[in-house]
Structures are given as structure tokens and as C-alpha cells.
Design a protein around this ligand. Structure first.
Ligand SMILES: [Zn+2]
Length: 348
């Protein structure tokens, strides 16, 4: 009862705080007087899928050309132009921007009168900053059948959380109401699939949390190397939730198998299947300041369109019968992983 009451008060405060924040875009930034630090307080990630896809394609296709386009800059410009209300976005805004950039204009010059361009650029960099870049990945070596070789690539280097060849379904369920424990909002995307489906690390990072959580069941939290993104994968399989080679503090690379889809959670007692429909709960929290990590100021974003986009990049997996675990087939060299790290920290 005391818990329910405290939770209700905390929730009420969170709602009031959120409402105050939404009053004006100026309050999206906050100044912490004691530390004299300024950091982003709130992000609504509501970029339409078509725009994500279009800007991603422009970015990748312009790689190695005279005018390299940056999808985050393009998206931030469009957001600043429509005031973050993409219902007002016009295709001509993006087309004209690309034309100007190809004519040699700089984004700093074109966006200089857009007051909120720096906010959107920083916010979208936090969301998408680890998704695109140069990397090396293994492919089948046609000259040596059965062998693999590394090739250099530029493009999407973040992976779908669901392994290649495994079906799933989802819809935009961000913000829907949940009642287990206390009335609250759903802060992620549920991907319905079969129990045992290998779950993939979306981005490279460090395992920050593993183990039982009353709400998430067997869950795993992975922090990106820039510290800005915390990926949360929950309701993992009963009895064998994780890839057994994983532990807290360990480094995972984008595309690694981290665990298995299940239905654990909604129980104070560990290893209990209290989730009705097997699914992966996938969430992304933004952390601009460590004070935001576990507080009423947590920023969870709607990842539905991101999951759709990541469907373009699925990690192929294979079972190792001796280890009784699934592993990726094609290894990656991700520049985001610090080189000085002890290789014993890596999976396999
Ligand atoms: Zn969920």
C-alpha cells in the first residue's frame, strides 16, 4: 500500500514535470545551477519512417562523393523547420536543403536562423549517433568456399534486435497504458515472436545490467560507448535467458546474440513466466546527464520506427551445440568499440 501510494505520488510528479516541460521548447533545455551544466531534458522522437529511410539513403549514397550528406543534420533541419511537428513537414524542405548543400552551402549557414536546430541536432545525434558509419564485416569469400573475409563498408551498422530468419510482429505501442504494479505508460516497443528466438545487440556497448527485475523479468541493459543510449531488452526466456558467455561489464558488439525471447516478468519471484504473449520488450533511454538514468526525469523514446528501420539489417546466427548457445555468423569490426579493450572481454 505504501509502495502503491509512493508510486502514485512519483507518477503524479512526473506528469506535472512533463506538462511543465512541454510548455515551451526553451524548457527542453534545463540549467542545473549548482553544477552550471546545461543538458537536454526531454526528447520526443517522432520522425516519420519515410523520412528516416529517405535521409538514411541520402547519407549512404553520398558517401565518397563531393558532398557528403549527414542524415542527422538533414533530420534536425527538417525538425527545426516544422517545429518538431512532422505533420507540417514538406518534402520540398528536404529537397531544397539537399540542393543547397550540393551547391556548396554549409549546413551551419543554412540553419543559422533556425533557433532549435542545435537542440534537434543534439537530440537526434543522441538517438541515432551509433547507427551509421564505417565498419568492417565478414562476408562469404567466393574465392575460398566455406571461408569468410572482412570487407570495409559504410552504412547502417546497428542491427535489428531480432535475429535473421526469425519472424516477429509489432505495432506502435509506445505510451499505451500498463497496469501491472502501478498505472504507467509503456516505454518501449513489444516485438511478438516465438520463445527462444535469438535476441541481438542493436548497438555495440557495455553490459550495464543483467538479472531479474519485477517488471522486465530476465532483462539486460546495454550502454553505448558514448554513454548516451541505454538499450533495454526484457522478458527473456525462462531458465536460459542470456547467451551464457555474457556477464555484467562485458563488451558486446552490434549483431552479437545476447539472449532469447521469452515471457518472464511481472513477478517478484525470479524465473517466473507471467507474461501472457511471448515477446521482446525493447526500449531505448537517452542519458544526457547521469542524474537522468534512474529518476522521474528518465527519457525513453518511441523506438517503433527505429525497429522498422533496423529490419534492413538482421544478424545471421548459428547454434553452437557444445556451448548450447547461438552466436553470430558474420563478425564485425566496429570502430565504436575502443581498441584498448582486452579482447577477453569480447564474446568468443
Ligand atoms: Zn513492453
Amino acid at each position: 500500500m505504501v509502495f502503491a501510494l509512493t508510486a502514485a505520488v512519483v507518477l503524479a510528479l512526473a506528469i506535472i514535470a512533463r506538462a511543465l516541460l512541454l510548455l515551451s521548447p526553451d524548457s527542453l533545455y534545463t540549467v542545473k545551477m549548482d553544477e552550471d551544466k546545461k543538458f537536454i531534458k526531454w526528447v520526443d522522437f517522432n520522425v516519420p519512417y519515410s523520412l528516416l529511410e529517405k535521409t538514411l539513403t541520402l547519407d549512404i549514397k553520398s558517401y565518397g562523393t563531393e558532398t557528403k550528406l549527414n542524415w542527422i543534420e538533414l533530420l534536425a533541419y527538417c525538425a527545426a523547420k516544422c517545429g518538431g511537428n512532422f505533420k507540417k513537414h514538406k518534402n520540398s524542405t528536404l529537397d531544397n536543403l539537399v540542393k543547397e548543400l550540393k551547391n556548396g552551402k554549409q549546413i551551419s549557414e543554412l540553419a543559422k536562423d533556425l533557433k532549435y536546430y542545435p537542440y534537434y541536432y543534439e537530440a537526434y545525434s543522441a538517438v541515432l549517433g551509433g547507427f551509421v558509419g564505417e565498419f568492417e564485416i565478414e562476408v562469404d569469400d567466393k574465392d575460398n568456399p566455406g571461408q569468410k573475409k572482412f570487407v570495409k563498408k559504410y552504412g547502417l551498422k546497428a542491427f535489428s534486435p531480432i535475429a535473421k530468419g526469425y519472424g516477429y510482429s509489432h505495432y506502435d505501442d509506445f505510451g499505451n497504458s500498463r497496469s501491472y504494479g502501478f498505472s504507467r505508460k509503456h516505454l518501449g516497443n513489444d516485438l511478438m515472436g516465438s520463445v527462444g528466438t535469438p535476441i541481438i545487440a542493436v548497438e555495440s556497448g557495455i553490459v550495464e545490467a543483467m538479472g531479474w527485475n519485477q517488471y522486465g523479468g530476465w532483462r539486460i541493459g546495454i550502454r553505448s560507448f558514448d554513454g548516451l543510449r541505454y538499450y533495454y531488452y526484457a522478458h527473456l526466456r525462462k531458465n536460459h535467458p542470456y547467451n551464457n558467455t555474457l556477464s555484467e561489464g562485458q563488451v558486446v558488439k552490434a549483431g552479437d546474440v545476447i539472449g532469447y525471447l521469452g515471457m518472464t516478468g511481472y513477478s517478484t519471484k525470479p524465473n517466473v513466466n507471467n507474461i501472457k504473449t511471448p515477446h521482446l520488450h525493447f526500449g531505448m533511454q537517452l542519458i544526457f546527464d547521469e542524474s537522468q538514468k534512474e529518476s522521474v526525469n528518465e527519457i525513453w523514446i518511441d523506438v517503433y520506427n527505429i525497429v522498422r528501420l533496423l529490419n534492413k539489417n538482421r544478424s545471421a546466427v548459428m547454434k553452437d551445440p557444445e556451448l548450447n548457445d547461438y552466436f553470430r555468423v558474420y563478425d564485425i569490426k566496429d570502430p565504436a568499440v575502443p581498441q584498448i579493450l582486452d579482447s577477453s572481454l569480447l564474446i568468443r
